[in-house]
Each structure stands twice: as structure tokens, then as C-alpha cells.
Design a protein around this ligand. Structure first.
Ligand code: AMP
Ligand code: ZN
Ligand code: FE
Ligand code: FE
Length: 286
């Protein structure tokens, strides 16, 4: 039995619905799926139902944008209690910041002499947690760019005319938020961030695990982080980071994490709930 613990839907910048994602998971013979949309858990209710229908085990989660020493890093929260008030409030703040950022990006693109309306981005995104890929799709739809890649190259990458930094919570605050919400905190795709120097401080802040397996990790990179996981006594996770068609092709199925790693993650969430005093607002919620 295998899991994919890093997946996005159209509730953030993926293109698949929760139902489509669950059926793709089934097609790839995955026994466990975790939804990790950026700064939102809105898709989790539908994803949970879709997974039940497909006979798949579901892990609710979210991917938070954090920073450490001025570098961006992504922290995955698993087994988060979506009814936790502190979490709901924090996610709403992150989402408002994302929407404000879209308006600012569009303004900058306008100043570069390109006609684009924020409303066209929000219509395409049609979610509360929009990001750069939605601006890119709006640029393509308006005929300004031919492809999403071109939109990133010309406008959306760092130091391009449309670039606006994103709000980032400090990594220790993100880890604390995840723990207070009943969750398990995992560093996402460490191989993408050149982030080894950050790891000791993150471990000090209580980080539980590290995503050793990811579509963009070579075998050597995965092995490197497996070694770090062992040295630092971190849980091991893995996921495809599938964004539906937003990364050119659907990535679900490319990463297959052994089920034993999911069991350890679940055990840690139970331990964390005792350790960090999380009491679910709704005892029947997970
Ligand atoms: P944001 O969180 O709004 O800064 O946007 C980051 C998202 O943009 C991530 O999901 C990336 O995978 C995606 N992204 C970055 N570069 C590209 C690209 N060239 N084409 C498509 N998506 C990209
Ligand atoms: Zn994304
Ligand atoms: Fe990420
Ligand atoms: Fe992701």
C-alpha cells in the first residue's frame, strides 16, 4: 500500500477538483492521499468524501508559506483540525494577503504597459487562495502570453515586472500553528530550496518531519534527505506535488510512499495532540 502526501486542487493553484484527484489516485492504485492546498483547507471536506467513495484513506492538510533567515520555505501541516479557530483565522489572513498580492501584481503588470484586469485573475482562480499560476493563466487567456511558462518568464518570476513577494509567516510560528491545530509539521521539498542550513533551527522549533520523496528530487537528493531524517530523528514523507495540468502534466502517481510512513505520521499527530494540548472544538472532527 502506497501514499501520495502532497497534492493540490483548484481550491488553490491546482486544476483538478477533489473528485478528479481522488479518482486519479484510485487509477494509480494509491491507498492514501493527502490534500495540501496552499493556505487553505477548503477542499478537504469534498476530498474526504471523494476518497471514501474511492475506498482511499484521506489525510487532511495544507501547505503554508513560511520564512527562515529571509528564505522562503514551505511547511506541510498534516492531520490538521480544520475546525480549530486559530487555524481558520490564520488561513483567512493568508488568503486575504494572497488576494491583495494579486491586485498588486496586476497593477505592476499594468504599469509595465500591459492591459490586464484583476477581476479576470479572480474569475480564473475562483478560489480564496489565488497565486501566480492564476495570473499566468489570465495572461495566456488575454492573449498576452502563449504559455504559462512564458508568463512566468516575462512577468511572474522574481525580479520580473509583475513580481510581488508573498506574505510569509515565520517558520517557528508556522510550526507552532500546525501543532496548536492538532497537526504534524513537515518541511516540503527541501531539495528545491537549498535549505539544509535551516534544518537544525527548524528541528529546534519542533518540526516533525521532512519530505524526502518529491517529483523534483533525484534519487541522490532523496537519499541525502533520508540520511538527514535519520540523523535528526525526523519522520519521512513524500508526495508528487501534483497541480493537475498547471505543471504541464499531472504528477500524481510519480511518488509512492510506503504505508508505514503514513502510520508513523498518524501516530505523531496523536502524540502531538496530547503534547501541545490540542482539544478539538468539535470532538467528532479529525
Ligand atoms: P505563488 O505561491 O503564488 O508564488 O506561486 C507559486 C506556484 O507557481 C507554485 O505552485 C509553482 O509550482 C508555480 N510555478 C512556478 N514557476 C512556474 C512556471 N514556470 N510554470 C508554471 N507554474 C510555475
Ligand atoms: Zn502550488
Ligand atoms: Fe511548495
Ligand atoms: Fe505544493
Amino acid at each position: 500500500m502506497f501514499a501520495d502526501l502532497h497534492l493540490h486542487t483548484s481550491f488553490s493553484d491546482g486544476t483538478y477538483s477533489p473528485e478528479k484527484l481522488a479518482s486519479e489516485g484510485k487509477r494509480h492504485n494509491l491507498a492514501v492521499l493527502a490534500l495540501t492546498d496552499h493556505d487553505t483547507m477548503e477542499g478537504c471536506e469534498r476530498m474526504a468524501a471523494a476518497c471514501v467513495a474511492e475506498g482511499i484513506e484521506f489525510v487532511p492538510g495544507s501547505e503554508l508559506t513560511a520564512e527562515q533567515d529571509d528564505y522562503e520555505l514551505h511547511l506541510l501541516g498534516y492531520f490538521l483540525d480544520s475546525s480549530c479557530e486559530k487555524l481558520t483565522k490564520a488561513l483567512a489572513e493568508f488568503q486575504t494577503a494572497r488576494q491583495d498580492r494579486i491586485r498588486e501584481m496586476v497593477e505592476r503588470i499594468n504599469k509595465a504597459g500591459v492591459n490586464l484586469e484583476a477581476e479576470s485573475v479572480f474569475r480564473i482562480a475562483s478560489c480564496r487562495s489565488p497565486g501566480r499560476p492564476h495570473v499566468g493563466r489570465a495572461l495566456v487567456e488575454a492573449g498576452i502570453c502563449r504559455t504559462l511558462d512564458e508568463a512566468f518568464e516575462r512577468f511572474l518570476k522574481k525580479n520580473r515586472p509583475g513580481w510581488v513577494p508573498k506574505f510569509r509567516i515565520s517558520a517557528p510560528d508556522a510550526i507552532q500553528l500546525i501543532h496548536q491545530s492538532g497537526g504534524v509539521a513537515v518541511m516540503a521539498h527541501p531539495g528545491l530550496n537549498r535549505s539544509d542550513d535551516m534544518i537544525p533551527e527548524l528541528v529546534e522549533a519542533g518540526m516533525d518531519g521532512i519530505e524526502c520523496f518529491h517529483t523534483k528530487h533525484s534519487t541522490a537528493v532523496s537519499e541525502h534527505y533520508l540520511m538527514i531524517a535519520e540523523q535528526k530523528n525526523l519522520l519521512i514523507t513524500g508526495g508528487s506535488d501534483c497541480h493537475g495540468m498547471n505543471k504541464g502534466k499531472p504528477l500524481i502517481g510519480s511518488i509512492r510512499l510506503p504505508y508505514s510512513n503514513v502510520q508513523k505520521l498518524r501516530e505523531r499527530s496523536e502524540q502531538n495532540r496530547v503534547r501541545y494540548g490540542h482539544t478539538p472544538a468539535d470532538p467528532s472532527a479529525n
